[in-house]
Ligand binder design. Structure first.
Ligand SMILES: O[C@H]1[C@H](O)[C@@H](O)[C@H](O)[C@@H](O)[C@H]1O
Ligand SMILES: [Fe+2]
Ligand SMILES: [Fe+2]
Length: 277
């Protein structure tokens, strides 16, 4: 007889005492009636994220970074920031960071994964630099090729100028199985933070950071035609991480001062005191 426990949704990790059932997360249909700012966010995101925009943002923020700051310092700045694309949390980003990290820690994950959970969203510092939220947060997708209908708010892409250029081309400017690291993803906190952390973290951590918002791929099962062997090996880490990122949003509010000493030590294990942003 088949072992039924294997069929339980991955979405109920052992650590979660969450009051909210997994099916109630990422409910954009409900958000349309209760949080109309979310569809407005994606209208702008899908309108403006073109290949040209992505290349310009990468040149501006990824190649030359000249603001020295420590990791904890950025977390504290993000105490002021609330992500307007997210239907599941209205907490500030330092709370979301600590909730994700604590979930990974309670699950006995390796230290690199706990650290990744702590920092994965701190590229949202770009919004504090004055960037509009549509190029900082939200789900990501590759530009320069056809968009999968499984990307959230897909109909809004009809207004994107790239749809006329790449809308009929499954591969667009890419070769089949070129590897996700060779795609230009819509620009936001994932791509930016990947560049900030490139020299300090193991490749699994960097991969999680770079693709954690690519839901149509890691959860929707799309864009497999761009995956190479390395992507197949790495995908399991993104899926594990996603449980901590998403479902911890219903957990208790963390006590920042009580948790700070543990996390300062963890940050010191991987990062110098100050890095370039
Ligand atoms: O609204 C959220 C939020 O912006 C997250 O940081 C991002 O990783 C998710 O993909 C997105 O759905
Ligand atoms: Fe994120
Ligand atoms: Fe997150």
């Amino acid at each position: 007889m088949r072992n039924l426990t294997n069929l339980l949704p991955e979405a109920s990790p052992a650590w979660s005492k969450t009051k909210k059932p997994p099916t109630e997360f990422r409910d954009y249909t409900k958000a349309d009636t209760t949080q109309p700012t979310i569809s407005e966010f994606y209208r702008q995101n899908h309108l403006h994220q073109t290949l040209d925009h992505v290349l310009a943002q990468k040149a501006k923020y990824c190649d030359h970074r000249t603001t020295p700051m420590g990791i904890w310092q950025v977390l504290e700045i993000l105490d002021q920031f609330v992500d307007e694309s997210d239907p599941d949390t209205e907490m500030s980003q330092i709370m979301h960071s600590l909730q994700s990290a604590e979930a990974a820690r309670k699950d006995g994950q390796p230290r690199w994964m706990i650290l990744t959970a702590l920092i994965h969203d701190i590229g949202k510092w770009l919004a504090v630099c004055g960037e509009p939220q549509w190029t900082v947060v939200g789900d990501t997708f590759p530009v320069g090729c056809q968009i999968s209908p499984k990307v959230v708010y897909y109909p809004f892409f009809s207004s994107n100028p790239d749809t006329a250029v790449y809308g009929d081309s499954k591969y667009g400017i890419y070769a089949p199985h070129c590897g996700l690291n060779n795609l230009h993803m819509s620009f936001g906190h994932d791509e930016y933070l990947y560049h900030v952390c490139k020299d300090y973290l193991p490749k699994e951590a960097l991969y999680v950071i770079r693709f954690h918002s690519f839901y149509s791929w890691h959860t929707g099962g799309e864009y497999t035609w761009f995956m190479d062997e390395e992507d197949h090996r790495m995908m399991k880490w993104v899926k594990q991480f996603n449980q901590y990122d998403l479902y911890s949003k219903a957990e208790e509010t963390p006590n920042v001062e009580a948790l700070k000493p543990y996390y300062l030590e963890l940050i010191d294990e991987f990062f110098p005191k100050v890095i370039q942003w």
